[in-house]
Design a protein around this ligand. Sequence first.
Ligand code: ATP
Ligand code: MG
Length: 359
Amino acid sequence: AQPTTSTFKIAAVPADGVGTEVVAAGRAVLDALAAGSGGAFAFDWTEFPWGCGYYERTGRMMDEDGLERLREFDAIYFGAVGWPSVPDHTSLWGLRLKICQNFDQWANIRPVHFHPGITSPLRKADHIPLDWVVVRENSEGEYAGLGGRNLSGRGPGNEVALQTALFTERGCERIIRFAFDLARTRTRKKVSSVTKSNAQQYGMVLWDETFARVAADYPDVETESVLVDAMSAKFVLKPEDLSVVVASNLNADILSDLGSALAGSLGLAASANLNPERRFPSMFEPVHGSAPDIAGQGLANPIGAIGSAALMLDHFGLVDEAARVHKAIEATTAAGVLTPDVGGTATTDEVVASIIDHL
Ligand code: ATP
Ligand code: MG
């Protein structure tokens, strides 16, 4: 009998700046993996030219039927969106957030992982292998877009603006349950919930109460509730005490950047925007932005994007292959093949070649 090949259809959206360089890097790694799979699996890529350059030519960040076309794919592999010539809210809402919202990607997973051979500003990382996961609520909270400008009606000098955060019991519960389910898959079964409920007494108190209620269903998982200011300190002072950290949209956004900086560079951080029900495609992308300061020079660290490709493999059920990619990344950093952001002199392509060698 002929072996059957599982083919995964992936929409690549490199978008802007280093996004194009790191998406090419991730594709090369996945294609090398597929080539070595003996026909067990394959990736069928379709690349979309959307982003700020597309906006400048057409007046749109993506095609009008773009979402319908993306819906047909098993996953979206995204680069980075944004360029100095286009206002941030236009580029972000016109492409990335539009995809996140329409495909109900309500869980944003951002692992914080320390690599051998990469110096962390945390000295204890030299002797304790650190890794934890930030689980970010990705559909409401502080980024719900509620509020308005010019509310005083009294003109310049007297403006009043209102920015409202939205917390629903359903939204809190599903992301908190997601965090507990994830904790059960990890060696350290612990969930840390982060709010600022001493100062934000409506939505974040609802979050805290929901956390306590859901926690009762997971007696095997250790829990703690920590205020975001204290958690920022804990990231630096006691990171070995973390496993899964769940927080609202804004708090988790800030904490995950802190985590990737502690690991050594923003260029290392991977992320997945998941629609856990799998009614729509999920999206995999590095945490970093388009990095206009280094774009087009072959200097971008591809590890965040390649780690995001590994999260996509996990999502496809290719768990052993995802682990192989992580091992190949670690072998590369341990050998000192590093881009300038983490103290090396290697180019993006040299890092990719080394990772593929170690596969
Ligand atoms: P966004 O608003 O999209 O989050 P940002 O303004 O926060 O973007 P980035 O584009 O992520 O900024 O860049 C922040 C800094 O990190 C820049 O100095 C950039 O060069 C650096 N950086 C980002 N990504 C990488 C990468 N893959 N490799 C090396 N350096 C990077
Ligand atoms: Mg940023």
